[in-house]
Design a protein around this ligand. Sequence first.
Ligand SMILES: C[S@@+](CC[C@H](N)C(=O)[O-])C[C@H]1O[C@@H](n2cnc3c(N)ncnc32)[C@H](O)[C@@H]1O
Length: 224
Amino acid sequence: MTKTKLPNVSPNVCLSWSWFKGWGRPITECLAFIRWRVRIFVYRWAVRLGIDIRLNEDDRRILEKIILPSFAADDGIRNVLFVGCDWYTKFYPRMFPGRKFWTLEIDPRKRVYGSKLHIVDSAVNIGNHFLSEPLDLIVCNGVLGYGLDSRDDVEKAFAGCFASLRTGGVLLVGWDDIRTQLAVPLDQCESLKFFRQHVFPPFGAWRTLIPNRFRKTYDFYIKE
Ligand SMILES: C[S@@+](CC[C@H](N)C(=O)[O-])C[C@H]1O[C@@H](n2cnc3c(N)ncnc32)[C@H](O)[C@@H]1O
């Protein structure tokens, strides 16, 4: 297994080509960005060939070593939806052996990183897919502010999550405090008010902020 760190440029912009289109970027940031894009290209192909590569970031380690294993150890979690996928999430379905692990991603090119049960669609339409077999867990990590941006879309996505979960089902929302708050202040999100905040036992809290450069925040909600 290989571990890789994100480049040392502003976390708000470092993964996006749109950042690169502007003039006047410091040359060191441009070089870091180009090196990162080349590495991503190589990693994507390596992952397709079955090589396990993981992001070497604190928030990712917490997701992969505490949060997902804790859910996987829960026998009540049989039907899981993971929203948004990429090369570094390809191994996640293997963490839930014997369960139904769905992935849903808007970009059809990322189907290769999804599970066998993959849906190409926007999170806005989650509510259309799982009404006949309710989910036990939805993980919506890193999607807010990375494509799921407008208030209307966020409200529809979380309302769809509520409709798709069974009673007692859990929604995990992972968001970057540095950018998501600019898009939609989650505390003002009406559809999240359908849920109750859920204390996640390993953290002893419903909200946990990882003090890294993204200020990644994990929020846990339960449908009652
Ligand atoms: C930063 S990545 C996060 C991937 C993954 N969820 C994780 O844990 O890191 C954001 C992903 O969300 C996808 N995405 C953006 N908007 C979306 C939407 N409305 N519905 C579903 N996926 C979306 C993007 O295509 C991208 O693959």
